[in-house]
Design a protein around this ligand. Structure first.
Ligand code: GTP
Ligand code: SPV
Ligand code: MN
Length: 631
């Protein structure tokens, strides 16, 4: 791999020794590996190229040990990047406050730099790869001066799984290293598995070189020069200027979705913005579901649901990303490539998500939440009353700034999945889990019913293309604006979305359709005239899960409507739920006029995909229009 065409470096080992000597002298971390322990030649060459380009003070190759994590967090406490929380209340946990201009993913600064613009498609920002590379080389030149360059070996998915892949992130942010340790399987075991195989190189810099005499900020970033760049053909990621979430933890959206979706297209598998959950009925029968909802639309909450219905047990495999492959048995199997959750804090409480609350009791890094005077964290929705003298995410005392929120709307926790009380026994199984149902959903205040089932794989794929949702604080920009977000992948598809639709359709040719998951569409977010949610959501979603579970085995508790199957009068188990009949009627009926508008809107939208729009999806749209006319 060459950073720049023709850019090639050969360095003598004496130079390496000097680098490591320097590292020890500057009092950097003691744990970690040295270059001689690396066996992969391509990796060594890449590290040296990046070192030459970014000119860090020293290199630290992460071994992923507890000792390393301890050193790293202790160092960040010294620089005020982390605030240790009260160890009695939240052991081994920290608070971080980001720069005010670095609080979410930046979709307008995210690029898919394929050789041909057409391959990136109309939904991605594109720039000619050579031009982008030149610009990036200029930005990265000397960008790590005065800093340590960390090399993070990580595996996406259980080590050794045939669905897993290895990545190496280079970063100058210790916060990113500590977060990656939570979010991925990271450390020296990964290098043993890597041997001389290929890996996805992920280069990241906060873009703030520290020249002599400069004092570092707790959260260095470069707001004027953010670039989140993907080269799908060469499978590289370059990220500059941001230290936050999906912009900086490159294993997550950049690798596991944008690059992996391209790999999936080439190799015949799927990389999706989906939770994976186990669900067991009171008789002990178990199935697995995957669900795609856009950012901040309920994946983490659903993935670890405590159902309102007694006897129904839900277990967590993943809360954000699924990699799925058809196996020899003809079924679609999924793994969660991640090892941690980077979950939305605001709204998380013992009432809404008790399993999440229990997971984040320890070993968690919180970002942009409030700090109580006891040294614990707090955010809007965690409890009814705001604690007195709480310090908000900006570091101000809340009683002095009553108008400011305590937590940022996109405040997050990074926490290991292994710490979740309802983690599924197969979470770490290299084989993955067989998927019986796929759910799509979005934040829709009208039209889309609480739940519906597709009539075929093709109809289900069509439903995936129709997803639209109100925007949330997970990305920079306006909140609450309805936009198309097919398959909840709008910001994450690493190639032409029309080709992506075709890829999904192709799965019915890869196996017997009866073995593929059944496809459903849910919406927890329908509102009444007073902007109140019609459906109580959260644990009550367990009722919808029951209906879906039973529909997989074709229990006849549904009626066929123009849009798909909906629960019939007895379909949904509403035992002990008080919900007004008007709300229920709205949630479970077909809004014919609303759907007719939806059809018109989709017909317009699909035009952006030009000749890449699959005919079969257009046929589904025509057929829907016809069925609505007859209704
Ligand atoms: P990302 O991590 O950004 O991909 O988000 P996510 O899809 O995992 O969303 P998450 O579960 O974190 O939920 C986001 C927001 O939606 C939180 O503020 C939740 O309180 C809210 N939410 C989740 N489930 C429901 C629900 O069933 N009903 C309502 N009304 N709100 C919900
Ligand atoms: C999302 O935005 O869908 C997230 C958060 O899961 S981030 O990791 O920042 O992308
Ligand atoms: Mn997400």
């Amino acid at each position: 791999m060459d950073l720049k065409k023709g850019f090639f470096l050969k360095l003598k080992s004496s130079f390496l020794m000097f680098t490591f000597f320097f590292c020890m002298q500057s009092g950097a971390l003691q744990a970690g590996l040295n270059l001689e322990q690396l066996k992969n030649k391509e990796l060594i060459r890449w590290i040296l190229q990046v070192e030459q380009l970014c000119k860090p003070d020293c290199i630290h190759i992460c071994d992923g040990s507890d000792e390393e994590f301890k050193d790293l967090t202790a160092q960040m406490v010294k620089t005020n990047t982390l605030i240790p929380l009260n160890g009695e209340l939240r052991p081994n946990s920290f608070l971080s406050r980001s720069c005010e201009e670095d609080v979410a993913r930046v979709e307008d600064r995210t690029f898919i730099c394929s050789m041909n613009q057409r391959d990136a498609g109309p939904t991605n920002n594109w720039k000619e790869p050579a031009k982008m590379r030149k610009q990036l080389l200029e930005l990265f030149e000397g960008s790590m001066r005065g800093r340590t360059m960390y090399v993070i070996p990580f595996s996406m998915g259980p080590l050794g799984s045939s669905i897993s892949h290895i990545g190496i992130q280079i970063t100058d942010s210790p916060y990113v290293v500590a977060s990656m340790r939570i979010m991925t399987r990271m450390g020296k075991e990964v290098l043993n598995v890597l041997e001389n195989n290929s890996f996805i190189p992920c280069l990241h810099s906060v873009g703030v070189p520290l020249d002599k005499g400069m004092v570092d900020k707790p959260w260095p970033c470069n707001p004027e020069n953010k670039y989140i760049v993907h080269f799908p053909e060469t499978k590289e990621i370059w990220s500059f200027g941001s230290g936050y979430g999906g912009n900086a933890l490159l294993a997550k959206k950049c690798f596991a979705l944008r690059i992996a979706s391209k790999m999936g297209q080439e190799e015949g598998w799927l990389a999706e913005h989906m939770l994976i959950m186990g669900i067991e009925n009171p008789q002990g029968e178990k199935k697995y579901f995957a669900a795609a909802f856009p950012s901040a639309c309920g994946k983490t909450n659903l993935a670890m649901l405590k159902s309102a219905l007694p006897g129904w047990k839900i277990t967590l495999v993943g809360d954000d990303i699924a990699w799925m492959k058809i196996k020899e048995d003809g079924r679609l199997w999924a793994i969660n490539p991640e090892a941690g959750m980077f979950g939305v804090a605001v709204g998380t409480s013992y009432a809404s998500n008790p399993n999440a609350m229990d997971t984040i009791k320890k070993d968690t890094i919180f970002t942009n939440v409030g700090l109580t005077k006891e040294g614990d964290v707090w955010w809007e929705g965690m409890s009814k009353d705001t604690p007195l003298n709480c310090i908000n995410w900006l570091g101000n005392n809340s009683s002095d700034c009553l108008k400011e929120n305590i937590a940022h709307a996109n405040a997050r926790f990074a926490t290991p999945i292994s710490g979740c009380p309802c983690v599924d026994p197969s979470f770490d199984d290299p084989r993955g889990v067989p998927i019986s149902a796929i759910l799509f959903g979005g934040r829709r205040s009208s039209v889309i019913p609480l739940v519906m089932q597709s009539t075929s794989w093709q109809h289900g794929v069509f439903l995936g293309t129709t997803v639209s949702s109100e925007t949330t604080a997970a990305a920079n920009g306006a909140v609450g604006k309805l936009r198309h977000d097919p398959f909840a992948m709008l910001p994450f598809c690493g190639y032409h979305m029309g080709d992506y639709f075709a890829h999904w359709l192709s799965f019915s040719n890869k196996t017997d359709e009866s073995l593929l998951p059944k496809i459903f569409y849910v919406n927890w977010f329908m509102k009444d005239e007073n902007s109140q949610f019609r459906w109580p959501g959260f644990r009550e979603n367990g009722r919808v899960m029951k209906w879906i579970f039973e529909r997989i085995d074709l229990k006849p508790n549904a009626i066929k409507t123009p849009i798909g199957y909906l629960p019939d009068e007895q379909g949904l188990d509403l035992t002990h739920l008080s919900i007004c009949p008007k709300n229920l009627a709205n949630l479970l009926s077909v809004d014919v006029m609303g759907w007719q508008d939806e059809v018109k809107e989709l017909r317009e939208y699909y035009k952006i995909f030009e000749d890449k729009m699959p005919q079969k999806i257009l046929e589904e749209l025509d057929a829907l229009e016809e069925r609505l006319k007859k209704n």
